[in-house]
Write a protein that binds this ligand. Structure first.
Ligand SMILES: N=c1c2ncn([C@@H]3O[C@H](COP(=O)(O)OP(=O)(O)OP(=O)(O)O)[C@@H](O)[C@H]3O)c2ncn1[C@@H]1O[C@H](COP(=O)(O)O)[C@@H](O)[C@H]1O
Length: 109
């Protein structure tokens, strides 16, 4: 079994590699071709589907929808030209900080 970070890194490298690919041959290239509004809309749809799945007992269906949400979120990150490190660095920055302290830091900035 691959580690979560390996899977995310390999998937993100694939997403980057689809820049300039044929939209007819690649779903990710078709999303890039549609642009940020269409990708963000997919993120919203997948978030809504994840919320609905979270309220049901089917773990497989929930994980499936959550994977769709993560996948489209990563496409959005790649579309903006940001490396995966920007996301992992932001999450790492929050280590050792309680959620309450993180919220206080946001509201004071
Ligand atoms: N992980 C994924 C992945 N997860 C979900 N999806 C696609 O995301 C879409 C989910 O949208 P929906 O649930 O709304 O289903 P849909 O109705 O078919 O989608 P729409 O036509 O409405 O956009 C489906 O088309 C799925 O096939 C993915 N498509 C691709 N990947 C990865 O991305 C890589 C590159 O894909 P290509 O660009 O197609 O080569 C692949 O090798 C995979 O590793």
């Amino acid at each position: 079994m691959s580690s979560p970070s390996d899977v995310l890194s390999q998937l993100f490298a694939t997403l980057e590699s689809r820049k300039g690919a044929d939209p007819k041959a690649s779903y990710v290239a078709s999303l890039y071709a549609k642009g940020v509004d269409a990708i963000a809309k997919k993120v919203g749809e997948e978030a809504a589907e994840t919320i609905i799945a979270a309220k049901n007992d089917d773990d497989h269906a929930f994980v499936y929808e959550l994977a769709d949400l993560w996948f489209h979120s990563l496409v959005l990150l790649a579309q903006r030209g940001l490396p995966l490190d920007t996301l992992s660095d932001e999450l790492a920055r929050r280590f050792g900080t309680s959620g309450h302290a993180e919220k206080a830091a946001r509201t004071s900035s």
